[in-house]
Design a binder for this molecule. Structure first.
Ligand SMILES: *Cc1c(COP(=O)(O)O)cnc(C)c1O
Length: 381
């Protein structure tokens, strides 16, 4: 008997429940139009929100970084040293977020794992929104702190859990823009509750960085809370069009990360191409606010158009537009029908979202044209 036989059975079970996953193989860059099996589609699936992953200036900066710094980074910065390339991006990210300093990880996922695990451990408690990203959920588990889940964006519930006490240290952690729902966490209330009880705060700005806030600083900037959140996490992989993650905060916090975050210490530094590309993208985020305005108007256009057809569309704050369906089957059918009509968008099913809340998750990009937006709506029609 093959000891892996059980996997076949489990995969069959996933297929039966319409939960099997098998990514499409794409033969083009992460732009507004993509090619799969020789056919072109409008992409409504990428988190390359500002269109910077395939921006010529960003690509040129990534190429330059490879020419100057090589293909790989060699080792963890604690072993082989922090390159000037990485250090200068850390400084720029810190300034962008209004923080003293920042540390860069190889991905946002690893930034969350390392940050939570560095801040809390056995004897501590972490309060986490029930719809936080999987990387936060895993980070909480890995930390060995007690995990206390509060109802989505429910400040009263959070306050009642936090006031129970009985722990050494406490951390409140939330996405700012939620990845599958696109809504915005009530950050002012969270900061206030944390202040009342002396808890640390951590905000994951993966979907907000570059997208919301007047300067693109994210949800914290949007709410006027710059400097009031202890650990500001973000990723280089979405609006910044590259790969990597970071945590920004005080000099004390970032120094602690370098000493204690295992996913930083035991992980090779990001590739020079990713760092060079992200640095160029960050400059564009700052200098071209019209990309954010464009994103807002496209979200409005697509949301209004699809709602007019009778679909239930949740109100998003950034670039995520969730079209609620319910059953995993129905979400797959809708995604397949969209694809037949030239639009590529993912069916999001459990365990990414709760059972019964499957959806098609659309994302708009600042580089989509009006015609793209109209075609997305037409595909729903
Ligand atoms: C995408 C995402 C991450 C992970 O970032 P990567 O850079 O893709 O690893 C973390 N948190 C949230 C909310 C995300 O959406």
């Amino acid at each position: 008997m093959d000891p892996l036989d059980w996997i076949d059975d489990e995969l069959d079970e996933l297929r039966r429940q319409s939960l099997f996953r098998d990514p499409a193989v794409v033969s083009s860059a992460a732009g507004t139009e993509i090619e799969i099996d020789g056919r072109r589609y409008i992409s409504a699936a990428s988190n390359n929100y500002l269109g910077l992953a395939d921006d010529r200036r960003v690509v040129a900066a990534a190429v330059n970084a490879v020419e100057r710094w090589g293909s790989g980074s060699g080792a963890s910065p604690l072993v082989s040293g922090l390159t000037e390339l990485e250090r200068s991006l850390e400084r720029s990210l810190a300034e962008f977020k209004g923080c003293d300093d920042a540390v860069i990880f190889s991905s946002g996922f690893l930034a969350n794992l390392g940050c939570v695990q560095a801040l809390v451990g056995a004897g501590d408690v972490v309060f986490s929104d029930e719809l936080n990203h999987a990387s936060i959920i895993d980070a909480c588990r890995l930390s060995r702190a007690r995990v206390s889940i509060y109802r989505h964006c429910d400040l009263e519930h959070l306050r009642s859990l936090v006031s129970a006490g009985g722990h050494r240290r406490a951390l409140i952690v939330t996405d700012s823009v939620f990845s599958m729902d696109g809504d915005l966490a009530p950050l002012p209330g969270i900061v206030e509750i944390a202040r009342e009880c002396g808890a640390m705060t951590m905000v994951d700005e993966a979907h907000a960085t570059g997208v919301i806030g007047a300067g693109g600083g994210g949800g914290i900037e949007h709410f006027g809370l710059t400097g009031q959140v202890d650990a500001v996490m973000g990723t280089l992989s979405k609006a910044l069009g590259s790969a990597g993650g970071f945590v920004a905060g005080s000099a004390v916090l970032t120094s602690w990360m370098r000493n204690k975050a295992r996913s930083l210490i035991f992980d090779t530094a990001p590739a020079p191409a990713a760092l060079g590309g992200a640095a160029a993208a960050l400059e564009i985020v700052k200098s071209e606010p019209e990309r954010r305005a464009r994103l807002r108007s496209l979200r409005q256009l697509v949301t209004t158009g699809i709602r007019a057809l009778g679909y239930e569309v949740a109100e998003g704050a950034a670039a995520v537009i969730p079209v609620m369906v319910g059953d995993a089957d129905a979400a797959l059918d809708l995604a397949a029908a969209l694809r037949e009509n030239g639009v590529f968008a993912p069916a999001i099913r459990p365990p990414s979202v709760a059972a019964g809340t499957a959806r098609v998750r659309l994302t708009v990009m600042a580089t989509h044209t009006d015609a793209h937006a109209e075609q997305i709506v037409a595909a729903f029609a």
